[in-house]
Write a protein that binds this ligand. Structure first.
Ligand code: PNS
Length: 208
């Protein structure tokens, strides 16, 4: 029996985007099994926990044959060995991705010469897309439909709606403590007072 061809598709996936999904689909055509592995970096706290990311990925790839998700900490090559992967998949969107990917690929090859690194290009419509941009747009209430799988969209909207509501409540509380309007400048309202004094001085100088 032919051995199963297993690919590991690693990343931060905070969150998983439709660009990642596109790559997972492409990889699934080449490999029997594609394991999407969320890197758990304890020094870097993401927007979503590794478990939340895995849950969203599992939901997004449920119709891709052989695709699954997990999270790992430590070296990528150790994770690849532990699942018996012959290849590591990385996406290349633009030339700007190349330098970092090249360094990482060579380091991984040095650490695990038997594991191939395969680069796949996402569909052109996703070449500008990354998780950071999606979060930025969602944070400010922008439309992210079509950029991320539906569950990721829901979770981003829920997270940032709560954050914006908390920020508005905080702004209202601050305004109330200042004893009035949210747009009142500074604690003592000096901005308006200074502008009025300036206008009076200008009027006196003009002799009016
Ligand atoms: O989505 P990202 O942030 O570009 O993914 C980078 C990732 C997670 C693949 C990379 O940081 C990684 O492999 N981390 C695991 C630790 C490791 O093996 N580092 C050495 C890589 S040469």
């Amino acid at each position: 029996m032919k051995p199963k061809r297993i690919a590991l598709f690693p990343g931060s996936f905070d969150p998983f985007t439709n660009g990642h999904l596109d790559l997972a689909r492409r990889a699934s055509v080449l490999f029997d099994s594609v394991v999407i592995a969320v890197a758990h970096n304890s020094a870097k706290s993401g927007l979503f926990t590794p478990d939340e990311r895995v849950e969203m990925i599992e939901q997004a790839v449920r119709d891709i044959p052989g695709a699954s998700a997990m999270h790992f900490s430590g070296l990528l090559v150790d994770c690849a060995r532990s699942i018996g992967a012959q290849a590591i998949i990385r996406g290349l969107r633009a030339v700007s991705d190349f330098e970092f990917e090249f360094q990482m690929a060579l380091m991984n090859r040095r650490l695990a010469p038997g594991i191939e690194i395969a680069f796949l290009m996402p569909s052109q419509e996703f070449t500008y897309l990354n998780s950071t941009l999606v979060k930025e747009v969602a944070r400010h209430g922008g439309r992210i439909r079509g950029l991320v799988p539906p569950l990721v969209e829901q979770r981003l909207i829920a997270k940032f709606t709560a954050t914006r509501a908390a920020a508005r409540a905080e702004a209202r509380a601050t305004a109330n403590r200042r004893g009035g309007r949210a747009d009142k400048p500074g604690i003592s309202g000096r901005g308006t007072a200074n502008r009025r004094a300036g206008s009076r001085r200008a009027a006196r100088a003009l002799g009016s």
